[in-house]
Design a protein around this ligand. Structure first.
Ligand SMILES: CC(=O)N[C@H]1[C@@H](OP(=O)(O)OP(=O)(O)OC[C@H]2O[C@@H](n3ccc(=O)[nH]c3=O)[C@H](O)[C@@H]2O)O[C@H](CO)[C@@H](O)[C@@H]1O
Ligand SMILES: C=C(OP(=O)(O)O)C(=O)O
Length: 445
């Protein structure tokens, strides 16, 4: 049964929240534990849906996953890894993007992998052609004849030379998780270098892997026969941190985000400053606040790291509806990440969408008829409405728009938000938001 949020807008969000381990690292760190010959311990694990999904998939494959009842730390023991039934695996079809990353570790531990249909946000086509090509290069055989994908490696995985056509985060992780225990050397060019990838490399290095990252997007991995377990504290979620920062701007609020890490958010920090947001950067977190007065418009393009992260785009667009003047946003990572603006337009925002590239970052979408640029004219007051959230960041964006709007909004489909935002209704509560959560006709809060 799904939950519904009734929001009475207009209350600035004020207070302190804590952000824990990154959604884009933690489930992958859990997958890496399969490569070890001993248990691993993962700290700073958030209670989010993607962690639940990967816990279940690992358990189906015989991995013992124990959660510390006090800290939430996970101990993952792969000693009894085994084949799981495809029908049980398929119960996770459409849940998350992580299962495709099980391929390398499962092949190394049990000789084959069965992967259900992937989920994740519907913000573009999100093909997995790079992943499958990478696996084939390592010597794997891909069989897509039934529901899901069966991957095997009759002769094991062998180190290889790979060049990615685009610095895909997932495909880079696919290479890392496959190459560390493959026979021989792997050289990956055109790699993504997001902080979550560097943290995954740190984990693999703790386990005994030999990986060097060069300045030209080349990663070199010398395969080893065996890896140990690891003890690791996951890096904090920079995407959740940036979302709460945008929430502070949108609602005219003041939020101390404990755990926000300046180093992983340099580009966001610059952008937040340019829009006129207030910030105090501390060792244990960042205070993000609205300074009063007008917010300034921006010209912005999303890009791979160290560019402006695409997952920051949607909540920041809501803030740009409150800036005085015309902002331009060019989305270059996903071809369809502006669908969420329809609801903002219904709430009173002035947003025009374009097929053209309104920017200079080389982009794969300009000549291909994708609506991937937005012109936002502000500031415009927002009015409450009824919204069904489309995806994770779009959902958070709709929620903060509703929190800033005059009047009442009804937001359905909010369970998607739990995929990447830990205890978000409790956090909203602590920040003084005025809302109720319903399940059918029952009020839960
Ligand atoms: C769980 C996770 O970590 N998700 C993140 C990860 O997603 P994910 O790893 O899926 O994103 P990618 O970096 O792979 O995707 C980037 C682009 O490459 C394209 N592509 C990717 C793979 C492929 O086989 N073929 C292909 O064409 C995608 O369609 C997209 O246009 O990185 C994205 C980019 O920083 C983030 O927005 C997501 O939050
Ligand atoms: C696109 C996102 O996630 P996923 O890749 O898990 O769909 C996101 O976190 O914004």
């Amino acid at each position: 049964m799904s939950r519904i949020l009734t929001v009475r807008g207009g209350v600035p969000l004020k207070g302190r929240i804590q952000v824990r381990g990154a959604k884009n690292l933690v489930p992958k760190a859990m997958v890496a534990a399969l490569l070890g010959n001993a248990p691993s311990t993962l700290r700073n694990v958030p209670e989010i849906k993607d962690v639940e999904v990967v816990t279940s998939l690992l358990q189906l494959h015989g991995v013992t996953v124990v959660k510390d009842p006090v800290t939430g730390d996970l101990t993952l023991d792969p000693a009894n890894a085994k084949t799981a039934s495809s029908s049980e695996i398929n119960t996770h079809a459409g849940d998350s993007r992580i299962p495709i990353l099980l391929c390398g570790p499962l092949i190394h531990s049990i000789g084959h992998a069965f992967i259900p249909d992937l989920g994740g946000c519907k913000i573009g086509d999100r093909p997995i052609d790079y992943h499958l090509e990478v696996l084939r290069k390592f010597g794997a055989v891909v069989d897509k004849t039934g529901g899901g994908i069966l991957i095997s490696a009759p002769h094991g995985l062998k180190g290889t030379k790979i060049s990615l056509p685009y610095p895909s985060v997932g495909a880079t992780e696919q290479v890392l998780l496959s190459a560390t225990r493959a026979e021989g050397i792997t050289e990956l060019s055109g790699a993504a270098t997001e902080p979550e990838i560097i943290d995954l490399i740190a984990i693999l290095q703790k386990m005994g892997a030999i990986i060097s990252v060069q300045t030209d997007r080349t990663i070199r991995i010398e395969g080893v026969n065996e890896l140990s377990g690891y003890v690791h504290t996951a890096l904090p979620d920079r995407n959740e941190s940036a979302s709460w920062a945008s929430a502070a701007l949108v609602t005219g609020g003041d939020i101390y985000v404990e755990g926000a890490s300046q180093r992983d958010m340099m580009t966001f920090v610059n952008t937040f400053r340019k829009i006129g947001g207030g910030m105090d950067i501390h060792d244990d977190g960042i205070r993000f606040y609205h300074k009063g007065g007008d917010l300034k418009p921006l010209v912005l393009e999303t890009d791979v790291h160290p560019g402006f992260m695409t997952d920051w785009q949607q909540p920041l667009v809501v803030a740009l509806t409150q800036a005085e003047g015309v902002s331009i946003v060019h989305e270059t990572v996903y071809e369809n990440r502006f669908g969420f603006t329809n609801a903002l337009t219904r709430m009173g925002a002035n947003i025009q969408l374009h097929r053209e590239c309104l920017g200079s970052v080389p982009c794969r979408f300009g000549q291909r008829n994708f609506i991937h640029s937005a012109v936002i004219s502000g500031s415009t007051p927002l009015t409450g409405t009824t919204i069904d959230v489309p995806d994770l960041r779009g959902g958070f964006s709709h929620m903060i728009a509703a929190l800033a709007a005059q009047g009442t909004s009804t937001v359905t489909g909010i369970d998607i938000i739990s995929r990447g935002y830990e205890k978000f209704t409790a956090k909203l509560d602590g920040l003084g938001a005025d809302f109720d959560v319903h399940e059918s006709s029952k009020v839960l809060r």
